[in-house]
Design a protein around this ligand. Sequence first.
Ligand code: ATP
Length: 301
Amino acid sequence: VNVFFRPIDKINSVIETYPKGIAGFQRYLALLDTEPDIADRPGAVATSGLKGNIRFRDVSFGYTAERPVLNEVNLDIPAGETVAFVGPSGAGKTTLCSLLPRFYEIQSGSITIDGIDIRDMTLASLRRHIGIVQQDVFLFGGTIRDNIAYGRLDAAESEIAEAARRARLDQMIASLPDGLETVIGERGVKLSGGQKQRLAVARMFLKNPPILILDEATSSLDTETEREIQQSLAELSQGRTTLVIAHRLATIRHADRIVVVDGSGVAEQGSHENLIAGGGIYSRLHAAQSAREWRPSKKRH
Ligand code: ATP
């Protein structure tokens, strides 16, 4: 296969969105670099119908042998639960979440979904069960329709319209002369940050995965838009196991569970109330910062 086609394969099988900017692009290249190691095991099974019970057992991982990022992480996330990952920048929140779609191979331990080791599933079938919404949405220069359909290429017209409606893109689409057939990108209409986010949400309604990974936007949206997107994301996460790389107090507080990541693994976990009552790291962070809006970590890019 021509090496230049690999990123396209990758995008189709793996991610609906990928981060822009230098840091994002480097990460993206790093991700491509790791791909040769990550392949289907002999006998890997094309799995379907997973519910999304996630279990990490003694999971250790580092990008290099000298510097572990996660050390013997144990996590049990029942299907349908929303978990917020919090902790300082560089603590390993993104890394932890990237292990689930097998962007990287763990060094020891195991990760299972519904009791099945993710290494025993084909990569394609594993990733069909996982949807990712990142801060920077990958769009290509085609129609709005095609950009939504990218969430599931065989979707019917009615399903695309329904996904747009659920993501609250329908009014914007109705206001455009060409509607869903409006071309976006350099040769067409430019979408705002909020519209891009909604498009990413529409893709996810279409893909309909049991598991979602949300990398929360930090601050690029105005308050009103942010609130609307939050609302759409909350609807999207209904009935799905949702892992949120969290930056906002509102999301964190409303999560079923909070997992505090501290640079070597999971430092503590529990509900907001339990963690506050427990008097650990989370309660101290919360006490120190609850007066203003809490931004526990800032994006580097
Ligand atoms: P933030 O809130 O800033 O996004 P984070 O908690 O998500 O931070 P990670 O992005 O998971 O943290 O990073 C954890 C550690 O791993 C950091 O030291 C980071 O520099 C390092 N790291 C992240 N991605 C890579 C990579 N592709 N190659 C090598 N090291 C990496």
